[in-house]
Structures are given as C-alpha cells and as structure tokens.
Design a binder for this molecule. Structure first.
Ligand code: C5P
Length: 231
C-alpha cells in the first residue's frame, strides 16, 4: 500500500521566537512509518517538528538541496512541516497518490490571530491576553476527497475516552480510530509505550500496554485486514 502518515505536533507561531504547541513527541507516527516501511509499504511521512533520530538520521544523507524539507530513506519519504496550515497543504498534496491516511499527528487546535514580525516585548505588564483562532481540521477538510481510501485517526483524551473516540470516528468519517487515555500510566505523550483501544464502526479492541512499535504493528494488521476485506 501507499500510506500517508502524519506525526508529531504542529507549532503555531506568535512571533519569531515563540509558538503554541503540545507535548507530542512524534514517536507513535514514526513507529508507524518504520513498521509500515519494514512491511514493504511505501510511506510518505508528514512530520511536524520533532527531536527523533532514527528515520531522520537514516534519511539525512539524501536531503534534496532544492527542497530541504523533503528527505527519503528506504520506502519512506519525509516531508517536514511546521504549522497546521502547512500540514494540511502537505496532506492535500500527497493524498491523491495514497491508499490510506493515518493521522497520528497532534495538530494544534488554535493559532494566534496575530503573528508579530518582531519579538514581542514584555514591557512592564503583568498580564497579557492572546487572541486565538481555530486551525483547520485536516481530517474534516479532506473528508470529501476520501473516495475508497482508508482513513485512520487518533484520539488522545483525558476523560470520556470511549464516547469521544466514537464521536470522532463518526464526525471525521474514519474507518478506524486509535484512542488512548493520556493520563494512564505508560500511555500517551513522550513515553515509549502506549495503551490503546482501536474502534471501528462495529467493534472495539482493547490492547494491553505495548511498545509504540508493537502498537504500530497492531494498527497495521487492522489496516491491512480492512483493505483485504474491502472494509
Ligand atoms: O479532535 P481531535 O483533535 O481530538 O481529533 C483527533 C484526530 O483528528 C487525530 O487523528 C488528529 O490527527 C486529527 N486532527 C486533524 N486536524 C486538526 C486536529 C486534529 O486532522 N486540526
């Protein structure tokens, strides 16, 4: 299959030195890319700013001079983006040539309305108010382009995990959603393991605490099975 995978956080700039972001490390998305490539799938990995060595290092020898944001390694092309708007543009650009999209990125939901061209001075003020605007919802924006492609989303929640996952599965027109309670021990941001439940329209599969690589393998098993059964 040709897989489009997003990973990591996005950054929404406030001024040249500050941004809004979140705690996503990119580990889950990179584990998916590595596992998929090892199975022989062709992967385009759209990555927000992350500090992960593995895939990036392997790719670093082949960064193109003309497009330094694009690098490649065996079966993986890495496209680096910064903001939610950049990520949407990259996903749109690569969507037509993929069979499945896995949105593992933790896209920032808000961006500052105004981006200062010069560093904002703190002055004497003790408080400051930021005005924020919603970023585009990537999955909702591209939903009309879904066709026969399989879409997989993630839901990182702190409460009502099941209800939220089922709502997002429906509202974002997904084939599978991978949900986790990010407050549970060993799950969520910045750790090597994850404890997730995979939902489709008819079932839920609760997985034990696993390494992110093993979680990736189980997600790919489900994806490949869906593809084979034609849903
Ligand atoms: O609504 P929430 O952000 O929890 O939804 C999670 C899913 O939606 C994830 O797969 C995430 O990558 C995707 N998403 C998106 N565009 C956004 C925010 C989230 O596609 N602006």
């Amino acid at each position: 299959m040709r897989l489009l995978i997003t990973a990591g956080p996005t950054r929404e700039p406030l001024d040249p030195v500050r941004f809004l972001s979140n705690r996503s490390s990119g580990k889950m998305g990179y584990a998916l890319a590595a596992a998929a490539a090892a199975r022989g799938h062709e992967v385009t990995l759209v990555s927000g700013p992350v500090a992960l060595p593995s895939l990036e290092d392997a790719a670093s020898g082949r960064i193109s001079e003309k497009r330094p944001e694009v690098a490649s390694t065996k079966n993986v092309q890495i496209v680096r983006v910064v903001t939610a708007a950049d990520m949407l543009a990259a996903v749109k650009q690569h969507l037509a040539t993929c069979d499945a999209l896995i949105m593992a990125a933790a896209v920032a939901d808000w961006r500052p309305v105004r981006v200062a061209r010069r560093k904002m001075k703190k002055g004497e003020a003790q408080t400051m108010t930021l005005e924020l605007k919603r970023t585009p919802d990537i999955l909702k924006t591209i939903a009309p382009l879904k066709g026969q492609k399989l879409f997989i989303g993630f839901a990182a929640e702190t409460h009502n995990v099941r209800a939220e996952a089922k709502r997002k599965l429906r509202e974002k027109n997904l084939d599978l959603i991978v949900a986790n309670d990010v407050t549970a021990p060993g799950a969520g941001f910045e750790v090597e393991t994850n404890r997730v439940t995979i939902f489709d329209a008819h079932s839920e599969e609760q997985l034990p605490l696993l390494s992110k690589r093993d979680v990736a393998e189980r997600i790919l098993d489900r994806l490949e099975a869906k593809r084979k059964s034609g849903r």
